[in-house]
Design a protein around this ligand. Structure first.
Ligand code: AR6
Ligand code: MG
Length: 312
């Protein structure tokens, strides 16, 4: 792949993540949403305001971009202590972005000086299984050289807030899927079976294997958003949202706007599912496939361009 295509795909990922988040946010937990409602949002004149998903993805992108020069081992790209501090600082600066209840309490403790390992167990002793690790993880797919590196960086980027194994599997699942989508040419069809097999090998857990089997079944019978949400879930947990994002992408491969709309029509945690679906669709189709009017209205457009160039 030449430099221009790499940058176009990196932009596709980050702008897809932000666009899905911004378009999905007004529809959280709404029922009866149609494509017409979403298209009206895409074409509105206002700036598009993002939530915690994009806010933390920007922090992770900046972290990876800064550490790239010094990292001796690939795992050095994520410095756990520093990243925990940076995430907590972003929450502290803008606590109104829509953060989850558990992570809000952990960030407050970290800002007050509690070590992050202790802070993240203070709320849920078993750790959070929320989708917060997965929603922001896509930038690691731009810097990891292979599946093993991407999976390791995904776990490291997630574990500073999410200690539950399912949250870590969720981050790995999303990051490896973005990495696999980046490897396909924009005009190349996505073979769902092969694609899901690549992801499956990275999440060795009975729950996740079962979820991914359902994803394949839903692709095969061309399920719509309502059935997809019923079978896979559409909530703030990692297992209840990451598979739905993957399905939204696979059911609409080659048509990024449709992937985002599918995720939003599935309801529930629409900002996060649409954001993850957007990152996947953008990884496959590239920046050029996103509607110009909508991406130019993204609040963080300038930063997204900058980090995409750095990380590509
Ligand atoms: N036990 C019970 N409930 C839990 C547990 C647990 N171990 N873990 C998570 N939850 P959180 P996130 C529930 O707060 O993952 C935002 O809207 C609990 O209800 O760790 O960063 C984003 O946009 C908790 O509040 O934050 C995403 O949509 C919720 O899961 C989402 O929230 C979220 O976990 C991401 O949240
Ligand atoms: Mg959300």
């Amino acid at each position: 792949m030449d430099d221009t295509s790499r940058i176009d795909k990196a932009r596709g990922v980050l702008f897809g993540l932000a666009l899905g988040d911004c378009l999905g946010a007004p529809f959280e937990d709404k029922v009866g949403v149609t494509d017409a409602h979403i298209v009206a949002q895409e074409n509105a004149g206002d700036p598009l305001t993002h939530t915690d998903d994009t806010a933390l993805a920007l922090v992770l992108s900046r972290h990876l971009a800064h550490r790239r020069g010094d990292a001796r081992e690939p795992s050095d790209l994520v410095d756990l202590d520093q990243l925990a501090t940076e995430f907590a600082a972003a929450w502290h600066a803008e606590p109104w972005r829509g953060y989850g209840g558990g992570v809000t309490k952990s960030f407050r403790l970290i800002v007050e000086g509690t070590p992050w390992r202790q802070a993240i167990r203070a709320v849920y002793p078993e750790g959070s299984f929320g989708n917060g690790g997965a929603m922001r993880v896509a930038p690691v797919a731009l810097v990891g050289a292979d599946v093993a590196q991407v999976a390791e960086l995904a776990r490291r980027s997630a574990e500073v807030t999410h200690a539950h194994e399912d949250a870590l599997h969720g981050a790995v699942c999303q990051a490896v899927a973005v990495h696999a989508a980046l490897a396909l040419a924009p005009d190349e069809p996505v073979r769902a079976g092969d694609f899901v097999d690549t992801v499956r090998r990275a999440v060795p857990s009975p729950l996740w294997q079962d979820k991914l089997d359902h994803v394949i079944g839903l692709v095969e019978r061309q399920a719509g958003p309502a059935e997809a949400a019923e079978v896979l879930g559409n909530d703030v947990s990692a297992p209840g949202s990451v598979p739905l994002a993957l399905l939204s992408f696979l059911r609409n491969a080659g048509s990024p706007s449709d992937a985002v709309r599918f995720a939003i029509r599935a309801g529930g945690d629409t900002d996060t599912v649409a954001s993850m679906a957007g990152a996947l669709a953008g990884a496959h189709s590239g920046y050029a496939a996103w509607p110009r009017n909508a991406v130019s209205r993204l609040e963080a457009a300038a930063q997204l361009h900058l980090y995409a160039e750095h990380l590509a």
